[in-house]
Write a protein that binds this ligand. Structure first.
Ligand code: MF3
Ligand code: CO
Ligand code: CO
Length: 307
């Protein structure tokens, strides 16, 4: 039998992509990280700017008053606007370092501090996590390839409050399973936000998200959780995305993130020598979406919406 030409070309493409059983994409290896960028004097800095160690945290979940919620909304809207602009600029050949420079510039132009900058010594202003990098990818000189999926996680500190959101973007032609993974992850987040309201147990989110992900044929990566935020970047409550026994219920005025990382293979990740980059141990891809929400009297409002 003569093998059709189209099939040969297809197979060669698969071969070139060093493809795994998880689809057609390139495994990511860390590249070179550029020199730190500067933050001008007129941008108010969080505690960890000079020390690397955050001091502003709290011990129990705080309930924000209407004025604090307004300030949260301001920083969250800015984070969402920056993320939207990044999404419009993403293309093949662009490096993650260029994305970092763009996020940094947009933050300081708006008198906001890019929250990741020196947070527990993170060296850049945004996290960029491509393919088998589950999260906390450090922007470097690797150009985006046709078929990549990339999560960009933007957090800004504006007028004393953090706003945190992320999305996973498709670069060029992504294979069917990769596209499905990204769409399913966004759906899991949106469905989870819909069940939030006063009286809802935090632990319901984990059960709900992991059941939905499994039904879609994927797995939640348990190592990464959502979190409360406000004048602090990370604080209570912990939001588990898998089945858990975490106590407590939602109350109006609470602000926290939901940010499931969902994968096509193993649930196990390892952290590379840089102390940050989390990769799946089997090279499978993951996707992540994140919103900061506020519990209202009868449901939840997404704060990280662009205007
Ligand atoms: N934005 C991440 C989150 O969703 C945290 C990043 S911490 C950093 O919680 F230091 F890596 F930036
Ligand atoms: Co984030
Ligand atoms: Co977060």
């Amino acid at each position: 039998m003569i093998v059709p030409r189209k099939l040969i070309i297809e197979s060669l493409r698969y071969f070139c992509y060093k493809s795994s059983r998880f689809g057609r994409y390139k495994l990511v290896e860390p590249g070179n990280v550029s020199e730190p960028l500067l933050i001008p004097d007129d941008v108010a800095k969080p505690s960890y700017y000079s020390t690397g160690e955050p001091s502003e945290s709290i011990h129990k979940i705080d309930i924000k008053d209407p004025n604090q919620i307004l300030l949260m909304k301001k920083s969250c809207t800015l984070a969402a606007n920056i993320l939207k602009t990044v999404g419009e600029c993403i293309k093949i050949g662009q490096t993650t370092d260029e994305i970092d420079k763009l996020v940094h510039k947009l933050a300081i132009e708006n008198k906001a501090y890019p929250s990741p900058y020196n947070y527990k010594r993170f060296p850049k202003s945004v996290c960029t996590s491509v393919n088998n990098v589950a999260c906390h990818g450090i922007p470097d000189d690797r150009p985006l390839e046709d078929g990549d999926i990339i999560n960009v996680d933007v957090t800004v500190f504006l007028e004393g409050y953090h706003g945190d959101c992320s999305k996973t973007f498709l670069v060029g032609n992504v294979d069917e399973i990769g596209t499905d993974l990204v769409e399913s992850t966004e759906e899991c987040l949106n469905m989870a936000i819909e069940i939030c309201k006063p009286g809802r147990r935090f632990r319901d989110l984990g059960e709900y998200i992991s059941t939905a992900a499994n039904l879609m044929g994927f797995n939640v990566i348990p190592a990464f959780i959502g979190h409360g935020l406000g004048t602090y970047f990370h604080g209570p409550p912990d939001i588990y995305h898998t089945v858990n026994n975490y106590p407590g219920v939602m109350e109006a005025g609470m602000t926290f993130t939901i940010e499931p990382i969902i994968g096509q293979g193993t649930e196990v990740i390892e952290i590379l020598e840089d102390g940050w980059t989390a990769v799946t141990i089997d090279g499978s891809r993951t996707a992540q979406f994140e919103h900061t929400i506020c519990i209202t009297n009868n449901g939840a409002e997404i704060l990280t919406k662009p205007d």
